[in-house]
Ligand binder design. Structure first.
Ligand SMILES: *Cc1c(COP(=O)(O)O)cnc(C)c1O
Length: 491
């Protein structure tokens, strides 16, 4: 132990995880070596074993030194990839977040009055002016917004929902379960495919706390269908003094249809259409940080704000800073230019295509011409049409025309192994890791979700992966073939 503790890998690991952790790691590595000795897998040589253990400790140090939440390159073509953190924030927004968070910030402090303020003030006036609503507040995510609204307005009462909207959003967020956890009773009306305003009207009793509509974000119902219109439900809500809650999910502030991306109902539409409480995500089509934004009529929002759950659901200042900075881009009419997620959604195909071509050039600059067949089984790369997706459970039917750098191998087992090996290599060996997609036995790197500043890193990662693939294939061949008799004259 004393000898191992002083070696290079051990010192590196100890600096990262402390003495107790280091000793535990050494004991674990020694145990492995002991097992290997028993099975005869390693030679009994003190120096060699010590070196072997220290290398393993160095490997542990390298892994321990890496953050888990590392930045990755999204080559999947899914713009709002929930597993990759949804909307990228971009350097401009982040600079403002850093400024607001490096030291202290006026989070709940009114600088003009020199007294305590409310943290919703940070974004309230922006949200009010952007959406046309009377009031606004922010919680952790849209799921929290629905939880808060149903709890504050309908706990111990009934919530009426169409059977066509009793959906699961993902991550186990199911509308019936949420309503149950709010202490409210779900009243289902209509059918899976058809619900009318009269269905809601007939279900209203003195126990009704709210009517809830849920945007069909991640699926589509087609054919013989009908939904109660927002207009009808708003009239009904007004006449019976019941709040109409609308879970919009994505909540676009700009109409993406004007950019040829499908139509997603906008927040402005929901507000002007008469929904009393409109809830949406910060990190879907808004293109900002994870947050749940609630806008609507002042009287209802005030009831939500006074509920004790708010304290448990409020976002921290990092989120508030990023959200304000994001909303400012909308106020200035710069959202589709300056917010990376929106930019990726509306970017013209010609720009995506040019970036795809630069990916190929970057790989060449790092030593691999993808048009040449590389190795045997051969792997070749070419720019091909592809389909990018909005993601985040949003606009599931929309196909964003895109271009991808596609690596294809022949159909042999070896070819398929090469493609999977290259995918694994760019994911685990590249810095930053590159997340791409294998489909029909080919590796797709979609240029729509790759940022300009990432092009060189993708080229480097690919070149390295292909070099590895080439080398490992050659060593396979050497092992597989009978060794030629050595010619002493050969160099
Ligand atoms: C995505 C979505 C949610 C959940 O939003 P989060 O911000 O991820 O909590 C809720 N409702 C609908 C309709 C959604 O599409």
């Amino acid at each position: 132990m004393q000898r191992l503790l002083g070696a290079e890998g051990a010192l590196a690991l100890g600096a990262l995880i402390g003495d107790a952790g280091l000793r535990a790691a050494i004991r674990a590595e020694v145990a492995l070596v002991r097992d290997a000795l028993v099975t005869g897998a390693v030679e009994l040589d003190r120096d060699a074993l010590a070196l072997r253990i220290d290398r393993a400790l160095a490997g542990r140090a390298e892994r321990a030194g890496r953050r888990h939440l590392r930045s990755v390159i999204n080559a999947t073509g899914v713009v709002l990839h929930t597993n990759l953190g949804r909307a990228p924030l971009g350097a401009d927004v982040l600079d403002e977040v850093v400024d607001a968070c490096r030291g202290y910030a006026a989070l709940e402090y009114d600088l003009d009055e020199g007294e305590r303020g409310h943290r919703d003030r940070v974004v309230k006036s922006l949200l009010v002016s952007l959406t046309g609503a009377e009031d606004a507040m922010v919680v952790n995510n849209c799921a929290a917004a629905v939880l808060l609204a149903c709890t504050a307005l309908a706990s111990g009462r009934e919530v009426i929902v169409s059977r066509g909207e009793l959906v699961e959003i993902g991550g186990g967020f199911r509308i019936p379960d949420v309503i149950a956890s709010c202490g409210a009773t779900l009243v289902e009306v209509g059918t899976t495919n058809k619900t009318r305003a009269q269905d809601f009207e007939r279900a209203i009793t003195e126990r009704t706390g709210a009517m809830l509509t849920v945007h069909q974000s991640n699926f589509a119902v087609v054919g013989f269908t009908q939904r109660a219109s927002r207009d009808e439900l708003a009239k009904l809500a007004r006449a019976r003094s019941i709040p109409l809650l609308e879970d919009l999910g994505s909540g676009a502030l700009v109409d993406l249809a004007s950019f040829g991306v499908g139509h997603e109902p906008t927040v402005q539409e929901a507000v002007s259409g008469g929904s009393d409480v409109v809830m949406f995500s910060g990190d879907k089509l808004l293109g900002g940080p994870q947050a749940g934004i609630i806008v609507g009529r002042a009287a209802w929002i005030e009831r939500l704000r006074r509920h004790s759950l708010v304290r448990a659901l409020r976002p921290g200042r990092i989120v508030m800073a990023a959200l304000e900075s994001t909303l400012v881009r909308y106020a200035r009419g710069r959202a589709t230019d300056e917010l990376p997620a929106l930019r990726a959604l509306v970017e013209p195909l010609s720009v995506v295509e040019a970036r795809a071509a630069r990916l190929e050039e970057a790989a060449r600059a790092h030593g691999f011409d993808l048009r040449d067949s590389v190795g045997a089984p051969s792997v070749r790369g070419a720019i091909e049409p592809s389909i990018a997706r909005v993601g985040g459970g949003t606009l599931p039917l929309v196909e964003l025309p895109s271009r991808a750098l596609v690596l294809r191998a022949d159909d042999s087992d070896g070819g398929q192994r090469s493609i999977r090996g290259i995918e694994r290599s760019i994911r685990t060996q590249s810095e930053p890791p590159i997340v791409a997609r294998v489909s029909d036995g080919a590796l797709w790197l979609d240029a729509r979700t790759i940022a300009d500043r990432e092009v060189d890193a993708v080229g480097r990662g690919l070149a390295r992966a292909l070099a590895e693939s080439h080398a490992s294939h050659r060593s396979d061949l050497r092992e597989a073939r009978p060794q030629p008799t050595l010619d002493p004259d050969e160099p």
